[in-house]
Ligand binder design. Structure first.
Ligand SMILES: [Zn+2]
Length: 193
């Protein structure tokens, strides 16, 4: 019999404080969605350069049980994230908006040892140790932090400093950024050999 048809599906509260304690040991699956402001995630709030109206993340969680013959059924957690935040561009040191969309899948396991033994080549889903008071908000914040660009930058040519200096000394910029003529490079190579 399919476990998902007998077990109740519980609606997760969209209240950020309720996401701090979710019982993943209970015989039930979950579904839910909501929006988290940057201020609801203190570690993320430290990473952003500014907070604009509308910055934050829509989240969606769905869980279900897998039935694999001969083993305990595992609860699978699907997490979808979509949102926007502002980071400091490392080229011009101005705020830059970043739109992020992530989709992750996890498998709930009973113990830390079981998580350690989980096949590392399975990059489709990561193990999470289930508990009666699992911090789902922390997981969401972790995943957003992991998806941040390593070196945040405006798209090429979109930096404000670059755009404003272009009119004043465009010729100079042009000189600096002009790639060396490949034929000259070839000539020089031939000369030196
Ligand atoms: Zn920039």
């Amino acid at each position: 019999m399919n476990r998902n048809q007998v077990l109740p599906q519980v609606e997760l509260s969209a209240d950020p404080s309720a996401l701090h304690r979710v019982d993943f040991c209970a015989p039930q699956s979950y579904k839910g969605a909501g929006f988290l402001a940057i201020s609801a995630m203190p570690r993320l709030a430290e990473e952003v350069s500014s907070i604009d109206a509308g910055d934050g993340f829509h989240w969606q969680v769905d869980t279900y049980f897998t039935d694999s013959p001969g083993s305990e059924p595992h609860q699978i957690l699907q997490l979808r994230l979509k949102g926007r935040l502002h980071l400091l561009c490392q080229r011009c040191l101005q705020d830059s908006a970043f739109d992020l969309a992530e989709e992750r899948q996890f498998v709930m396991v009973a113990t830390e040892a079981e998580a350690d033994a989980y096949p590392i080549e399975d990059d489709q889903q990561e193990p999470l140790v289930a508990s009666q008071h699992f911090d789902l908000l922390e997981l969401i914040e972790d995943e957003i932090l992991l998806s941040l660009p390593l070196i945040p930058k405006h798209p090429e040519g979109a930096c404000e400093a670059h755009a404003s200096s272009f009119g004043e000394n465009g010729a100079e910029d042009d000189e600096l950024e002009k790639p060396e003529n490949p034929f000259n490079v070839l000539k020089n190579m031939k000369k030196s050999s």
